[in-house]
Write a protein that binds this ligand. Structure first.
Ligand SMILES: C[S@@+](CC[C@H](N)C(=O)[O-])C[C@H]1O[C@@H](n2cnc3c(N)ncnc32)[C@H](O)[C@@H]1O
Length: 371
């Protein structure tokens, strides 16, 4: 048993309870490969290595099921796990430092009697929003094939494609060579095995040389960028063609066309104040603007996706996968949901939105910019 450690010794070294190790064994997460003569669990060097990865991912906040997928991924060896863990820990350290600074600023503001809005509080954390809500994303956010077809057609004959703000990679074409960029470690960690390689970076500073790609695409992400125009120009610097899926945030566009923001969640208007218009965005890169219709049974659960299936918005898991609901704050969310529930049961929603039932696809201000 020389090269094996007993369960008690492993627990002592790792600072976890023997019960935890027994549990990991029972759920097949870390199974000791041997037994002592007396029948106790005995851990080999390989078992300890796996346990170390499990405990590290656990400390980073991953759930046991997610960890099982990560450590069982045959394409990731021990060195790759160490690199990934190092990156995740570094990000966590930077995030903690940023949060301390943000909290200090808020304490100063409060001491002066200034209250920050939920939007301002989240803005301070920037892309960190996806560290908070990212783990709920894959539940309802999948590729919508009809919209994907429009995006892929706009990519033309591009063979090398950069996907900026790639998230879990929903719209990455499988027949081209894709490189992804995604700042959130939570989102990167949820990319499926075999997904395109993903670089941790922001759109505003892409770590690539000029004209390195045939095309750069960005899907449902530029509204999160600190500086969308800088990000679009970066895309144009590194690629010969740019394709962006976004929305027209003007009064006549998205906000008032969609019954949810118009009748139940006007706070959405506050989220877009000061943001460049779709014309300004397109103008910055000389793009043409194409409308994108949303099919009634849209497979990607973004904010507008359930325009003909209003009951979906009553579901917590549907709302958690859409950043708008977190950004407006819990009070607005609860009020909107409870009014919608009342209107659905009284028939008021159906009466007001009678014309929607006959539509197979809706024009709600979603746009494709192609340059
Ligand atoms: C709504 S998700 C979209 C993800 C993916 N494109 C999709 O369609 O499934 C928005 C993504 O933008 C990322 N993001 C936020 N700020 C960013 C920035 N400055 N540069 C690049 N990506 C950013 C977030 O981390 C998040 O993964």
């Amino acid at each position: 048993m020389e090269e094996h450690l007993t369960v008690g010794r492993v627990a002592e070294l790792a600072g976890v309870s023997v019960r935890t190790l027994h549990h990991y064994d029972e759920i097949s997460l870390v199974q000791p490969s041997a037994r002592t003569a007396a029948g106790y669990r005995a851990y080999s060097v390989g078992d300890v290595e796996r346990l170390r990865e499990v405990l590290a991912y656990r400390r980073l906040g991953f759930g046991l099921r997610e960890i099982a997928d990560l450590v069982d991924d045959p394409t990731t060896d021990a060195v790759a796990h160490l690199h990934r863990l190092r990156g995740l820990l570094q990000e966590q350290r930077d995030r903690a430092a940023a949060m301390v600074t943000a909290i200090d600023r808020e304490l100063e503001a409060r001491a002066m009697g200034i209250r920050t809005t939920p939007e301002e509080q989240l803005k301070v954390f920037g892309a960190q929003l996806y560290e908070v809500i990212g783990s709920d994303y894959p539940t309802t956010r999948h590729t919508e094939p009809r919209i994907a077809a429009q995006v892929w057609a706009a990519l033309g004959d591009a063979q090398t494609v950069l996907n900026v703000g790639a998230g879990t990679g929903s719209y990455e074409p499988t027949d081209r060579e894709v490189t992804a960029v995604e700042p959130s470690a939570v989102m990167r960690a949820q990319r499926p095995a075999g997904a395109a390689p993903c670089v941790a970076a922001n759109a505003e500073r892409l770590p690539f040389a000029d004209q390195s790609f045939d095309a750069a695409m960005a899907f449902s992400t530029i509204h999160h960028w600190h500086d969308p125009i800088a990000g679009l120009r970066e895309m144009q610097r590194v690629a010969r063609r740019v394709v962006v899926f976004t929305h027209d945030s003007s009064d006549t566009g998205w906000l008032n066309r969609f019954w949810l923001s118009r009748d139940y969640l006007p706070e959405v208007g506050g989220l877009i104040v000061g943001r460049p218009s779709v014309e300004e965005l397109a103008g910055a890169i000389g793009a043409r603007i194409e409308p994108v219709l949303i099919p009634w049974d849209c497979a990607d659960g973004f904010f507008e996706a359930y325009w003909r299936r209003p009951e979906a918005y009553l579901e917590e898991h549907v709302r958690r996968a859409v950043s708008v609901w977190t950004r407006v704050g819990p009070q607005a969310e609860q009020r909107a949901v409870s009014r919608l529930r009342d209107d659905l049961s009284s028939g008021r929603w159906a009466e007001r939105n009678r014309e929607l039932v006959a539509l197979d696809a809706a024009e709600l201000g979603l746009r494709l910019l192609v340059a």
